[in-house]
Design a protein around this ligand. Structure first.
Ligand code: AMP
Length: 193
């Protein structure tokens, strides 16, 4: 099984690169942000709770996110080649839970693909996406909050995974296909070793 975390700040290209990784390696995609947006669109109870956090750029509480992740993993077909986790974990407690859940399933994380992009570029990309898609949290106030939350709560995960030797640094600036080649090379190298 090839289980990868796609890690990076909001706007670092996780969604775009996930699609390419899934196509090449035949993985299942779990995007917690997409699960939440779908619930908001459908007006479910979870959607109402999620919206109150997402619209402010805050994180949804860990216990709720871990329940959602368990649900998503349960609904995967048993013959899955592996999973790409996009937008999860975002906190150290989520990372610890993910390791526990995978080990309960007799599995582990193959690697953490870390997309690194300078802050000005992140803001520009999210503003562009907001204008093109109407995504509600891609407005300047929420973007700045999301970046603050990223630095405070999510960035420490980089050190967590570096300590475990599983962090794969990727320069996330430039052409989408070039970035994807760097990611593929890093994954292939990781799988070989
Ligand atoms: P994303 O599409 O991954 O950028 O997620 C959009 C928003 O959903 C985030 O800004 C958070 O408010 C929320 N969210 C997504 N994944 C998580 C998570 N793992 N933990 C907490 N909140 C999350």
């Amino acid at each position: 099984m090839l289980n990868l975390v796609l890690f990076g700040a909001p706007g670092s290209g996780k969604g775009t690169q996930s699609e390419k990784i899934i196509d090449k390696y035949g993985l299942h995609h779990i995007s917690t942000g997409e699960v939440l947006r779908k619930n908001i669109k459908e007006g479910t109870e979870l959607g109402k709770i999620a919206d109150s956090y997402i619209s402010k750029g805050h994180l949804i509480p860990d216990s709720l996110m871990v329940d959602i992740l368990r649900q998503e993993l349960k609904s995967l077909p048993s013959e899955s080649k592996g999973v790409i986790f996009d937008g999860f974990p975002r906190t150290i407690p989520q990372a610890v839970e993910l390791e526990k859940i995978l080990s309960e399933m007799g599995q582990g994380l193959t690697g953490v693909v870390g997309l690194e992009v300078p802050e000005e570029e992140l803001v520009a990309r999210m503003l562009k996406r907001g204008a093109e898609t109407g995504r509600a949290d891609d407005n300047i106030d929420t973007i700045l909050n999301r970046l603050k939350v990223y630095h405070d709560q999510t960035e420490p995960l980089k050190e967590h995974y570096q300590g475990k030797g599983s962090y794969l640094h990727i320069d996330g600036l430039g052409n989408v296909d070039d970035i994807f080649s760097s990611i593929s090379n890093a994954i292939d190298e990781r799988v070989k070793n």
